[in-house]
Ligand binder design. Structure first.
Ligand code: ISL
Ligand code: CA
Length: 553
């Protein structure tokens, strides 16, 4: 925490390539499409791009099922396009972080094609196989498979293979040294091209107890993530990866960290562990959700939200470093989930959330379209969805005879496709995303919520985002400053100070659609306003709906 490093100071902007910009009218975003928007990306003032997977893939899970780690998905373009993209970013002083998906591959990867052929195939041990003559293996739960079973029977060799995600995403066997070598070689290939880091997909799941014992009772239900994340050799593998690959480059790493907790996180990210730089946890993402992303009748509350953020901040007081995010390609739109996307409050609450993300300690991860205040599309019909997760669970509820209306209503709030609808560039057909038919519907609010309209309006979400990014860059206290929560029990207002080298800022965020007051024992009489989401501000502890303001004390 005390040492200054570029990736602590960076604002990361996430690009979901499939939905960013389509250059050739096939309805699918692509690399030349991103290249066309490089000046827009630069105009945001962000430092790092995290790009979701762009590798060879049959797209069962939108690129998270990789069939060739060293090729570019045909729909997205060519390696020459990739090289141009990387050069274009670097010329603008922006770094590129790629997605590393090595808990599993596609079943169409040559390794798996070989592995399933025979029990003595040289690639057999690249995956986890359970011979059927030993009976059925102890149950494992799959995130995506329709019947929830992570073991799939394969006739050719009379054995089951393991897949924590879809059956087209078999889990790689990290016990097997040649597999680890192959992964490290592949990582070198990308680093030698000049990329600046990896976001590591479910990296916490890579180590398994290969005797596959029954899951202990304490892990039943939602706790499966924690079981999957506590494999016996995880840290040994990551230290090896660090030694063999990461330590040789000046790059950043961020773990997607399902199953991490404030008790275990430092084992993964403390500097003296020599593993990874930071991780993102799921304690906020899961707040107020029931299994299968059904919304709980009691919803979520701000007091708990604040407690979680504060608990995580405290862990990194002396070692390690945290991350802050409220949206990504696996989440609904941030304004719909944590703010209020009704016409009266969409812009204000979106700016309030932007203020939060960019004023907390920890590297901010900001998702494409959130700078516009893009909101959930709220599909009424299962046919509109493309995500295998939603479609799979819907089928399951249907077979169980469950309440499908309730399912559709919950998923209007929680489904991943809400966050995956195409980027809204202007008010022409399909929001200027494509001249063809978009792979996923464009949100019908695009005539008002789009880049061109917001460029022209100095009070837009887009301009507010740029201003907030600049404020963070110009004020070290927003990056390194100590965080202290105030008025913890206030159910409407999130208030905290950031303090660094004699300077103190006060951040005040009204998370509700009602006026609110905060009990704060600080002298505001000489405070100046650094930023606020209403047109004018006079220092006070009474707030308008969704008001956000940062004071310099
Ligand atoms: O999306 C989620 C909530 O339903 C998570 O459980 C998610 O599946 C999990 O965090 C892993 O996510 C990552 O790996 C998946 C892929 O589908 C996600 O898009 C990716 O971010 C499998 O590779
Ligand atoms: Ca395209």
């Amino acid at each position: 925490t005390l040492e200054k490093i570029w990736w602590k100071e960076a604002v990361v902007y996430q690009i979901y390539p499939r939905s960013f910009n389509d250059s050739n009218g096939d309805g699918i975003g692509d690399l030349p499409g991103i290249i066309d928007k490089l000046d827009y990306i630069q105009s945001l003032g962000v430092d790092v791009i995290w790009l979701n997977p762009i590798y060879g893939s049959p797209n069962d899970d939108n690129g998270y099922d990789i069939s060739d780690y060293q090729a570019i998905m045909a729909e997205f373009g060519s390696m020459a396009d990739f090289d141009r993209l990387l050069t274009g970013l670097h010329e603008r002083g922006i770094k590129l972080v790629m997605d590393l998906v090595v808990n599993h591959s596609s079943d169409e990867h040559i390794w798996f094609v070989e592995s399933r052929k025979s029990r003595d195939n040289p690639y057999r041990d690249y995956y986890h196989w359970w011979p059927a003559e030993n009976g059925k293996p102890a149950p494992r739960w799959s995130f995506f498979d329709k019947d929830g079973d992570a073991w799939k029977y394969d006739e050719t060799t009379n054995a089951y293979y393991l897949h924590y995600f879809s059956e087209k995403q078999p889990d790689l066997n990290w016990e097997h040294e040649p597999l680890r070598r192959a992964i490290y070689d592949m990582m070198h290939f990308w680093f030698q091209k000049g990329i600046d880091g990896f976001r590591m997909d479910v990296i916490t799941f890579i180590s398994k107890d290969t005797t596959f014992p029954p899951i202990p009772d304490r892990y039943q239900g939602k706790m499966w993530d924690y079981f999957y994340a506590s494999g016996p050799r995880l840290h040994e593998y990551l230290q090896e990866m660090n030694r063999e690959v990461l330590s040789k480059y000046d790059v950043m790493t961020v773990a997607e960290g399902p199953g991490t907790s404030t008790e275990t996180i430092l084992d993964l990210v403390a500097e003296d562990r020599h593993e990874l730089n930071m991780a993102y946890h799921f304690d906020i993402a899961y707040l107020g959700l029931l299994p299968r992303k059904m919304i709980s009748p009691t919803g979520w509350n701000l007091v708990e939200f604040k407690a979680i953020q504060s608990r995580w901040d405290a862990v990194f007081a002396e070692r390690g470093w945290g991350t802050i995010y409220l949206g990504n390609h696996d989440q609904p739109r941030m304004v719909s989930r944590w703010g209020n996307d009704s016409p009266a409050w969409r812009e204000l609450s979106s700016k309030m959330l932007t203020t939060f993300i960019l004023s907390m300690r920890g590297t901010p991860y900001y998702y494409q379209g959130d700078e516009l205040g893009m909101s959930n599309i709220r599909f009424d019909r299962i046919e509109d969805y493309r995500d295998l997760e939603t479609i799979g669970w819907h089928g399951l509820v249907q077979r169980e005879g469950g309440d499908l209306t309730q399912f559709i209503e919950s998923h209007k709030v929680t489904a991943r496709d809400n966050g995956r609808t195409p980027m809204q560039w202007d008010n022409s057909a399909n929001a200027g995303f494509t001249t063809g038919t978009p792979w996923l519907s464009v949100n019908p609010n695009y005539p008002t919520v789009n880049v061109a309209t917001e460029e022209a309006d100095p009070a837009s979400c887009l301009h507010y985002f740029r201003k907030m990014v600049r404020l963070r860059r110009e004020n070290d206290v927003l990056i390194y400053g100590q965080y202290a929560l105030l008025d913890a029990a206030n159910p409407q207002v999130y208030a905290y100070t950031r303090t660094w080298e004699g300077r103190r800022l006060l951040v005040l965020l009204n998370f509700s659609a009602e006026p609110a007051t905060a009990t704060i024992d600080l002298d505001l009489s000489r405070a100046t306003v650094l930023i606020g989401n209403y047109p004018s501000n006079t220092p006070s502890t009474e707030f308008r709906p969704y008001e956000a303001v940062i004071y310099d004390l």
